[in-house]
Design a protein around this ligand. Structure first.
Ligand code: GLA
Length: 368
């Protein structure tokens, strides 16, 4: 049998998920696929082979599971297997082969794609079918406990729930999803991988989470979802300046995300584009998770401007490298791609990778 789950690109709503805010990602047509077959009779191990990372890994189901050393790719499937065992599921031994077209460490959530495809496979192997929210949360827990990355819920939710031709407006507090159609053929989303890799487990992400929690505590709210621009103005002297700037990003980004969803519903692309640029500035200046290479792509895109068919552009994902997402006029795609590619390489000496994706299906492919 095989299972397949997509990566994602976040159109807007960055670093808002762990603040109970809103996010607006879409699944992309880049997938992680796992093919599996039962192990020889009596063998109680899961043998995993991946075309990426360092080859093979074995999970011994006869032993208590514990995380592999930090950075090992096996931690993602391992954490998901542990989640199923904790539910009392009995997977039994099998051999699995993993392949992926989601670039690793590119900010397109290759890790969530691997977790969710492992979970999808285990549902089929064990007959323990999870509801979508439970499944996304089990995968998030795998990432926390086994990969050591204190991520929010966005990546796993979009990998589970992505729907063709739709963005997902997710309320990360109520976990209620709203599918926002995006079918206008005159625009496209162009993803540029800076090919600079980020290290989200490296501490920058966890530190920002802690700063947001501190801001919420000082403001006297349950999370920054409940804070307003007015509250932040009043609290200027009470909060450490860096913490205050982090909170300014989150509060304004939640607002931008809701406005952008409104813009997509109305096909008001110039409004969506402006919100994307504003999101980038806020992530660069207040949240400080951008980097020179991401800024370079956004500046190049801005230089091409609306006259050349670029409507908006921003970094996407956790930051510290990875990808940008640009909203562009579809007819100008070839010229825009060529210009970004050439100018980025000239500025940084690095070859970028560019691709276009329509909102893809998060659909599961399971074949017996
Ligand atoms: C990473 C995390 C997500 C989210 C983004 C930032 O991708 O996995 O939960 O916090 O960063 O928006």
């Amino acid at each position: 049998m095989d299972s397949s789950r997509p990566g994602r690109v976040n159109v807007i709503g960055e670093h808002t998920d762990y603040n109970d805010g809103f996010v607006l990602p879409m699944a992309i047509d880049r997938y992680t696929v796992i093919a599996a077959a039962p192990a020889a009779k009596g063998r109680n191990t899961i043998q995993l082979r991946s075309t990426q990372g360092d080859g093979t890994a074995v999970i011994d189901l006869g032993q208590p599971l514990k995380p592999a050393p930090k950075g090992a790719w096996v931690n993602y499937p391992l954490g998901v297997v542990a989640g199923f065992l904790a539910r009392g599921a009995k997977p039994g031994g099998f051999d699995a082969f993993i392949d992926s077209t989601v670039p690793l460490g590119g900010g397109l959530s290759s890790s969530a794609a691997l977790e969710v495809s492992t979970a999808t496979l285990l549902e089929a192997v064990t007959g323990d079918k999870l509801d979508p929210v439970e499944k996304a949360l089990l995968c998030q827990k795998a990432e926390h406990d086994y990969a050591g990355m204190p991520c929010g819920i966005m990546d796993q939710f979009i990998s589970v729930m992505g729907k063709r031709d739709h963005l997902l407006l997710l309320d990360c507090r109520s976990r209620l999803p709203e599918m926002v159609p995006m079918t206008d053929p005159s625009v496209a989303l162009l993803i540029t991988n800076t090919n600079v890799k980020h290290e989200l487990t490296g501490g920058g992400y966890a530190k920002r989470r802690a700063q947001c929690e501190e801001a919420a505590r000082v403001l006297g709210v349950a999370s920054l979802r409940d804070a307003t621009a007015g509250m932040l103005d009043n609290a200027r002297g009470k909060l450490d300046l860096v913490v205050w700037r982090r909170a300014c990003h989150v509060v304004s980004e939640i607002e931008r995300t809701l406005q952008a969803a409104q813009g997509v519903r109305a096909s008001n692309w110039p409004a969506v584009g402006q919100l994307m640029y504003a999101s980038h500035c806020s992530l660069r200046d207040n949240y400080e998770v951008s980097c020179a290479e991401l800024d370079a792509v956004v500046e190049i895109a801005q230089g091409i401007g609306s006259g050349g068919g670029v409507i908006g552009c921003r970094m996407t994902g956790g930051g510290f490298g990875g990808c940008t997402v640009a909203l562009v006029r579809a007819e100008a795609l070839p010229a825009i791609s060529a210009a970004i590619s050439a100018q980025y390489e000239k500025r940084t000496g690095i070859k970028p990778s560019l691709f276009v994706s329509r909102p893809a299906a998060g659909a599961t492919l399971i074949k017996g």
